[in-house]
Design a protein around this ligand. Structure first.
Ligand SMILES: [Zn+2]
Length: 372
């Protein structure tokens, strides 16, 4: 089957993250089995009772996989007015449809590449890994990394990078901070304690931490340091009440070599410091998300191969990916795939046909280079 036809089949299956991915997994499972791959489902039932499946299709029964090609099966939602969201449509050298770019094009390329190889002749194990729930926090890949069913040496993680290998990415972390005070009539501030004044003092410290983080540089990123954002703040109950509570979100994106909780440790130290002047200073931090950064060395065989095959030097990735989960399985991981992330997640997302066929060719070469 041609790569375009495979992509059309994949786009036709609605696999928005809010649905179970059973249908697309069944399709991929059948395709992999007919290739002679051994398939294994890793089933998770989510909070809403929906089955979310990771599928691993391997050339042999092993717990040491040489190369994995990873593609997430879920997509972001689509506008109901986009009538052709599930019908792959070609125009001007581009293929349009929900998931056409992110990341069904990579999956179609990976399947087509493996179909064009005699897998019986491969000396080292190759696996196709199809994950769930990437668009809602890389959850499927994280579950696979936690289960550790096998170790991986090299991983190509499919994402739209316009076929530029991306060997590093910032981490993504989020926490909810609640600062407490004591409510009182605003005419008598001495009998209350303002949670908002307290939060303001803490936020000033956090801004100073953000400034200080600019001294720790990783030049492959733009900006080349860990960034902090306080995106939401909320507090108080009326104009004439000393506020009893103030809540804000703390979001930070870490450069590699800095642990995900590094910023949180610095914020906690700032709180301890504030408590010296204000022993009643009460603050709770609810850590919500801590996705690690990742970095694969520039001299990794996989990086060098993809740079040479794509004729592009490697770069970094600004959005969250499944690469850290593959690294947790022992892999040297690179994010790579056809299409441009800037057209993903929007009505009319597309993949250029030439990138789709180039990706198929490069993935075939990768299998021959690493598994032969
Ligand atoms: Zn994606």
């Amino acid at each position: 089957m041609s790569v375009d036809q495979t992509l059309a089949d994949l786009v036709a299956i609605d696999s928005v993250s809010s649905r179970s991915n059973t249908e697309i997994i069944s399709y991929l499972e059948q395709r992999c089995r007919s290739l002679g791959l051994l398939t294994q489902r890793y089933v998770h039932v989510d909070d809403r009772g929906l089955e979310k499946i990771n599928l691993v299709a391997c050339t042999s029964k092993t717990d040491q996989i040489e190369l994995v090609l990873v593609g997430h099966t879920d997509t972001v939602p689509y506008d109901p007015n986009w009538k052709e969201a599930l019908t792959l449509t070609g125009k001007d050298g581009k293929l349009f449809g929900r998931g056409a770019c992110d990341t069904k094009a990579f999956i179609a390329a990976a399947l087509t590449a493996v179909e064009s190889i005699d897998i019986k002749k491969l000396a080292k194990p190759l696996a196709l890994v199809f994950t769930s729930d990437e668009e809602i926090g890389c959850l499927g890949a994280k579950r696979l990394a936690d289960a550790k069913p096998f170790a991986v040496k090299y991983a190509i993680v499919g994402e739209p990078t316009s076929l530029q290998p991306r060997r590093a990415g910032k981490g993504y972390c989020l926490a909810h901070v609640t600062v407490r005070g004591r409510e009182a009539h605003s005419a008598y501030p001495q009998i209350g304690a303002s949670a908002i004044f307290r939060a303001a003092r803490l936020i000033e410290r956090i801004e100073a931490i953000a400034e200080d983080l600019k001294n720790d540089l990783h030049q492959d990123f733009d900006p080349p340091f860990t960034t902090i954002n306080i995106g939401l703040i909320n507090g108080g109950s009326a104009k004439n009440i000393i506020p009893g509570e103030c809540r804000f979100t703390l979001e930070w994106r870490t450069i590699p070599n800095q642990k995900a909780d590094y910023v949180l440790d610095r914020v906690r130290a700032a709180i301890t410091d504030l408590q010296r002047d204000d022993p009643d200073f009460e603050c709770e931090i609810d850590a919500d998300r801590a996705d690690d950064s990742f970095e694969t060395r520039v001299d990794s065989e996989l990086v060098k191969f993809l740079e040479q095959a794509s004729d592009q030097s490697s770069g970094t990735v600004a959005f969250g990916t499944e690469a850290p989960s593959m690294i947790a399985l022992g892999a040297e991981a690179v994010v790579f795939g056809p299409g441009d992330i800037r057209v993903a997640h929007r009505t009319g997302e597309f993949v250029p046909i030439n990138e789709l066929s180039d990706c198929t060719r490069i993935l075939k070469q990768a299998v021959e280079r690493f598994c032969a």
